[in-house]
Unconditional design. Structure first.
Length: 574
C-alpha cells in the first residue's frame, strides 16, 4: 500500500503559509516551533508547493523530487515503494577500497543514472570497490557539476530522479560495488535558492567564496542543523548509499561545541548500527587538519577518512613541471618522497603560496584514514581547459603517478577516465537560464584563472553546451592503444594492491622511501619495491625480487639491477 504525505515545512519568517496543490490553496497551521502543517494527505506522485504570505508558489525545502527543475513544483515520493534487492549487503572497508569518482552527466553519452549502470561491470573488472558520485541533487538547468545544488533532498531530474538513483545503487550493490555520494553543505547555488525566504538558513556572520555561509551556529541553527543531518541520513537510509563525501569542510563555519561534521558522523555511525551495514563519512578540507578523522573521545570529529591533496600536488608538480599557483609550494621534488609516508606535507610550517603557517601533523593516524589521488574533478576541472594528467605529462609519467598512488598507504581514488588516459578533458560547465548569471559565472572563471597565468581568452565558456559535450568520456577509445595499454596497467596495479595485504594495511611507518639526486625514487612496502625514474638520464636500480610490472614493456633486469630510462618504472615483489 502506497504511503501518502502530509505536507509540513519549517518557516519562521512568513506570517502565513499555504499549501498549493491541484490548482487550489490551503491554509497551513503554525505550531509554536515554527513548523507549519497542512490538513491534507497527498498520494505519491502529487505535485505541490508552498506560498509564503500570499506570494508565488515555491518548492518545498525538503522536496524529494523536482521533475520540472529548481523553479517548478515539488513532487511527493513514497520511498518504501521501491523494490530493493540488496538485502544483506555491506560495503567493503575503506582500507580495502579503490574509489572511482565519476560525474553522471559526462560518464556516458546519455548522462543518466541508468546509463551508468551499463558501465558498472567494467568498473568491477578494473577492480573498483567504491563508486563516488559527484553531487546529484537538483541544480539549475540540465548540465552542471552539481556543486550549485539548491534542492538538497531531490536527485537531479535530468539524471533520472529518485527511482533512477535507487536503481543505480541497487545495481551497484548487486555487483559488489559500494556507492558514496558527494554532498555539499557549505553553500547552495545562486539559481532556485529559496531557503532564505523560509527561515534563517544563511548567516552573514561568515563569508564564503559563494556568499553567505550556511547558518550552523546562530539563532535558528538548530533547525538548519536538523535539515542537514536529516538530509545526510536520507541518502543512506532511503537511497541505500554506503556513505558520503562532505565537500569543502573549510567553508563550513561552526563555532558550536559539537561541530556539524561531528554530528553528521555520529548520526551516520548510529544509523549503521540500526541498518546493520557499514556506512562511512569522508570529508574534503584544504586545512590539513587531522581532527576531522580523530576519534571523538580524543577531540576529533570521528569521520572515517579525509581527502589529503598534498600528495597530489607534489606528484603533479614533479610529473608535469608546473610551479604556478599553489603548485609553487610543491616544486621541490623531494616532497614526493615525503608525501608517500605523510599525508600532510604542510603540517604547521610556512606556506609561501598562502603566506602563513599551514596545517597540523597527522601524528599516528593510519594511512587508511586519508584518501589520495593523482587526478580528481577539482584538480582537472579547475584548470583553464580541463586538462587531465595525460594531457600534461608523458605516458610514462602518467604510469609513474598511477604506480606510486596504488602502492601508497592511503585509500586511492581514481577520476573517471584516468584508467585509460582519456583523451577528453573535464571542463567546467553550467546551464543557467538567467543570461546575467551565466555571464557572471563565465567572467568569474576567467578572473580566477589569472592567478595561474592562463590566457583568459582560451578558457571555454561554461554556458556553451559544447563545453559539456567535449567533457563526455569516449568509451570506444579504450579498445586501442595507447589507451588500452594504460587500462591494462591500471588493472594490474589494482590487482597487485588487492593481492598483497601490506599494500592495504595503512601502515605509514612501514613505508621506506629513498630519493637520489639523479631522479631515481625507490619505495618499499612489505615485499613490494617500486622504482621510478623522474630524472633526465637513465638510472640504475637494484632489483629486490621478481619484476611484476615494468615500463617500458621491454625493460629487462641485468642480473640484480635494471637500467631505468627517463619516465621508466619497475615494480618487483619478493
Amino acid at each position: 500500500m502506497s504511503r501518502s504525505t502530509r505536507p509540513s515545512v519549517w518557516a519562521p519568517f512568513p506570517r502565513r503559509v499555504e499549501l498549493v496543490s491541484g490548482g487550489a490553496r490551503r491554509e497551513m497551521e503554525r505550531r509554536d516551533d515554527n513548523w507549519w502543517f497542512a490538513d491534507a494527505e497527498l498520494p505519491p506522485g502529487s505535485d505541490y508547493a508552498f506560498s509564503l504570505d500570499g506570494g508565488d508558489p515555491l518548492p518545498d525545502p525538503r522536496s524529494p523530487w523536482q521533475p520540472s527543475g529548481v523553479d517548478g513544483p515539488s513532487r511527493t515520493v513514497d520511498h518504501a515503494a521501491f523494490a530493493w534487492t540488496d538485502a544483506g549487503w555491506s560495503a567493503p572497508a575503506l582500507a580495502d577500497a579503490v574509489i572511482y569518482e565519476l560525474h553522471v552527466g559526462t560518464f556516458t553519452p546519455a548522462g543518466t543514472f541508468e546509463a551508468v549502470i551499463e558501465r558498472l561491470d567494467e568498473l568491477v573488472e578494473l577492480g573498483i570497490t567504491h563508486v563516488e558520485l559527484m553531487p546529484v541533487v537538483e541544480f539549475s538547468g540540465a548540465r552542471g557539476w552539481g556543486y550549485d545544488g539548491v534542492d538538497l533532498y531531490a536527485p537531479h531530474h535530468a539524471y533520472g530522479g529518485p527511482d533512477g538513483l535507487k536503481r543505480l545503487v541497487d545495481a551497484a550493490h548487486e555487483r559488489g560495488l559500494a556507492v558514496l555520494l558527494d554532498v555539499v553543505y557549505n553553500h547552495l547555488g545562486p539559481a532556485g535558492n529559496y531557503l532564505g525566504r523560509f527561515g534563517p538558513y544563511f548567516s552573514a556572520k561568515y563569508a564564503t567564496p559563494w556568499g553567505d555561509a550556511v547558518n550552523f551556529d546562530e539563532a535558528g541553527s538548530h533547525e538548519v542543523r536538523r535539515f542537514v543531518v536529516d538530509n545526510a541520513l536520507m541518502w543512506m537510509r532511503d537511497y541505500h548509499a554506503d556513505g558520503l563525501r562532505l565537500d569543502a569542510m573549510q567553508a563550513i563555519f561552526d563555532m558550536s561545541a559539537i561541530h556539524i561534521g561531528e554530528e553528521i558522523a555520529t548520526a551516520t555511525h548510529r544509523l549503521a548500527g540500526e541498518v546493520g551495514r557499514r556506512l562511512v563519512v569522508t570529508a574534503e578540507s584544504d586545512l590539513n587538519d587531522p581532527r576531522l578523522v580523530r576519534p571523538i573521545e580524543l577531540g576529533g570529529y570521528g569521520m572515517d577518512a579525509a581527502w589529503a591533496d598534498d600528495l597530489h600536488h607534489a606528484l603533479h608538480a614533479a610529473l608535469t613541471g608546473e610551479a604556478t599557483g599553489y603548485y609553487a609550494d610543491f616544486a621541490d621534488p623531494s616532497l614526493v618522497a615525503t608525501g608517500l609516508a605523510d599525508p600532510y606535507l604542510y603540517a604547521g610550517g610556512y606556506s609561501a603560496y598562502r603566506d602563513r603557517s599551514h596545517g597540523r601533523p597527522a601524528g599516528d593516524l593510519p594511512g587508511d584514514r586519508f584518501i589520495a589521488c593523482i587526478q580528481n574533478h577539482d584538480q582537472v576541472g579547475n584548470r583553464a581547459r580541463g586538462d587531465r594528467l595525460g594531457h600534461l605529462a608523458s605516458e610514462g609519467r602518467a604510469r609513474i603517478g598511477a604506480a606510486l598512488l596504488l602502492t601508497a598507504p592511503y585509500v586511492p581514488l581514481l577520476f573517471a577516465g584516468e584508467e585509460w588516459n582519456a583523451s577528453t578533458p573535464f571542463q567546467y560547465f553550467t546551464d543557467h537560464a538567467d543570461p546575467e548569471l551565466g555571464r557572471a559565472v563565465s567572467e568569474g572563471r576567467r578572473a580566477e584563472f589569472a592567478a595561474f597565468g592562463w590566457d583568459p581568452s582560451r578558457i571555454p565558456d561554461p554556458q556553451d553546451a559544447a563545453t559539456f559535450e567535449a567533457s563526455k568520456l569516449r568509451w570506444d577509445e579504450r579498445a586501442a592503444d595507447p589507451h588500452a595499454a594504460m587500462l591494462g596497467w591500471y588493472r594490474e596495479l589494482i590487482a597487485l594492491r588487492r593481492s598483497i595485504p601490506q599494500l592495504r594495511d595503512g601502515n605509514r611507518g612501514a613505508v621506506g622511501v629513498e630519493g637520489r639526486a639523479d631522479g631515481l625514487l625507490t619505495v618499499r612496502r612489505g615485499p613490494v619495491q617500486v622504482a621510478v625514474n623522474l630524472g633526465a638520464t637513465p638510472a640504475e636500480a637494484i632489483v629486490e625480487g621478481v619484476p611484476r610490472l615494468c615500463w617500458p614493456g621491454d625493460l629487462a633486469p641485468d642480473g640484480g639491477s635494471v637500467s631505468l630510462p627517463p619516465d621508466g618504472v619497475m615494480i618487483a615483489v619478493r
